[in-house]
Design a protein around this ligand. Structure first.
Ligand code: FAD
Ligand code: NA7
Length: 444
């Protein structure tokens, strides 16, 4: 029987487990599946942990999410086509839920599909090579400290790419008298109450961590961008300046001459696509971009069609795009989708990469990733979902953020799966200090 190894049981790993179960539900015989998960539980980044650095077994902690994290896009843009928010929560809920609520939703589908039986928890893949036409996977059961080698016919890499921080160096860091951390290790904004902080970066982490610190009482928040400022209308107490030049004692000195005394520096300088367990011939080497090269349809490894990567793109679309990728990967593995010639694969990849490289602004990026997702959606039996409505929602969301970065999360969107219009949350985001599911679900 064909054997498939899946590495990771975050949203992407769970998508492909559900994809296989969906095929089985429809009467198809599915391959033998083993999903390796290094954490104790499933859900990937959404499975919050207070830990940073390494865990009790000496393994690196993958978690990058923090307390008080609320969805940074409308939930209607990421809804599963086969498992709506209405089905899960049995009542309409607002458009921007906190992490715990989305975690519950992700797990709801996985539980319904009964896919936990495929997952080996606390088991880290330490090596993967392709030899004798098989993937030889070495894994370590961390609890038992036991190493196992097993052969598989297919390999699906679903280990995410927001877990290994990129940490730049600036002059003066060694003698800085405060705390320096990367967003990956940021857990609780309360730590920075009444403090002056500097945040470096100009993407989603910089935006949200800066806002978190402001919301939970930081004295001042100074954001240093490298190339382009985010340019939002920041509230009083927050400002955006150009790039850090150096630190001098407590003083952060920026390229535009601006100086700011600071208690802490939070590096929101992005993450590395880091696959230390993969042999070189299988390893995707890319930065965070919307169309990493060498992946046919953003999924199948160009040099070995028995290997798939899920979720390796920079992300506007998330869960339902992961699903479209997972359904596609499943059908390649089950022989329902035939791979074209090497030449056609090369042509297809180049077409997307060239288009991606010409993108100039977020609106074009949203269009690009929507087209990509729609293209994949057509290729499989992933259920009906209105990606045109999702495209529109993403653009409205961008405009809401430009209008007011403090209030964009108070807006309501409609479901591309059920049509349900989200209620407005009982408390505006800027005043909602309690991110628990219990408080969020209260209607008043
Ligand atoms: P992950 O969620 O990272 O899961 C990967 C899994 O692989 C983990 O469980 C990990 O333990 C496991 N793993 C890794 N290496 C190994 C190994 N060698 N062996 C075994 N197991 C391994 N998306 C949204 O849609 N909305 C948001 O609001 C949002 N906020 C975000 C905030 C932050 C701070 C970050 C970092 C990301 C955010 N994202 C958000 C994007 C997020 O990447 C996706 O939602 C999603 O978690 C990606 O799923 P994944 O399965 O690809 O990766
Ligand atoms: P991103 O989106 O990959 O962005 C990385 C940011 O880091 C980006 O603004 C970069 O600036 C900046 N960067 C990179 N190197 C440096 C240095 N040396 N100094 C200062 N700034 C630097 O990662 P995020 O963590 O923001 O987002 C990842 C996910 O988390 C995302 O999906 C969200 O949903 C949450 P540049 O723009 O290149 O000038």
């Amino acid at each position: 029987m064909t054997k498939v190894a899946i590495i990771g049981s975050g949203p992407c790993g769970l998508s492909i487990l559900r994809a296989f179960q969906h095929a089985e539900e429809k009467g198809n015989e599915i391959p033998e599946i083993v999903c390796f998960e290094k954490q104790e539980d499933w859900g990937g980044l959404w499975n919050y942990s207070w830990r940073t650095g390494s865990d009790e077994f000496g393994d690196t902690v993958p978690n990058s999410m923090y307390r008080y994290l609320w969805s940074n896009g409308p939930k209607e843009c990421l809804e599963f086509a086969d498992y709506s928010f209405d089905e899960h929560f049995k009542q309409p809920i607002p458009s921007f839920p906190p992490r715990e609520v989305l975690y519950d939703y992700i797990l709801g589908r996985a539980k319904k599909a009964n896919v936990k039986k495929y997952i080996k928890f606390n088991t880290v893949v330490s090596n993967a090579v392709f030899t004798r036409n098989k993937f030889e996977i070495t894994s370590v059961n961390k609890k038992e400290n036991k190493t196992t080698k097993e052969d598989f016919d297919y390999l699906v890499v679903a280990t995410g790419h927001f877990s290994v921080p990129y940490i730049p160096y600036y002059e003066g860091m060694n003698s800085f008298p405060g705390r320096i951390l990367h967003g990956h290790d940021f857990r609780d904004a309360e730590e920075f109450r009444d403090k002056d902080i500097v945040v470096l970066g100009s993407s989603y982490s910089a935006e949200d961590i800066a806002l978190q610190c402001y919301k939970y009482g930081a004295k001042s928040v100074t954001i240093g961008y490298r190339n382009n400022p985010m340019g939002f209308k920041w509230p009083k107490g927050m400002k955006e300046v150009h790039y850090l030049d150096r630190l001098d004692g407590k003083k952060a000195i920026f390229k535009d001459g601006h100086e700011q005394n600071t208690d802490a520096i939070i590096l929101c300088s992005g993450y590395l696509h880091h696959f230390p367990y993969l042999e070189d011939a299988l390893k995707l080497k890319t930065g965070n971009r919307l169309y990493p090269p060498q992946l046919y349809k953003g999924v199948v490894w160009q040099d070995n069609h028995k290997m798939m990567y899920l979720g390796m793109q920079d992300q506007f679309h998330t869960f339902n795009m992961f699903d479209c990728q997972a359904w596609f990967a499943r059908d390649v593995i089950m022989g329902k989708i035939k791979m074209p010639s090497d030449q056609d694969i090369e042509k297809d990849i180049n077409k997307w990469v060239l288009e991606e490289e010409a993108l100039e602004d977020p609106i074009q990026m949203i269009d690009f990733q929507t087209e990509y997702t729609k293209d994949l959606h057509l290729a499989s039996d992933y259920p009906e979902i209105d990606f045109e409505l999702i495209r529109k929602h993403f653009k409205d969301w961008e405009h809401h953020k430009e209008e007011d970065i403090m209030t964009y999360r108070n807006n309501s969107f409609s479901s591309a799966v059920t049509g349900t219009v989200a209620p407005i949350h009982h408390t505006p985001w800027a005043e909602a200090m309690d991110d628990s599911m219990k408080t969020f679900m209260k209607s008043k």
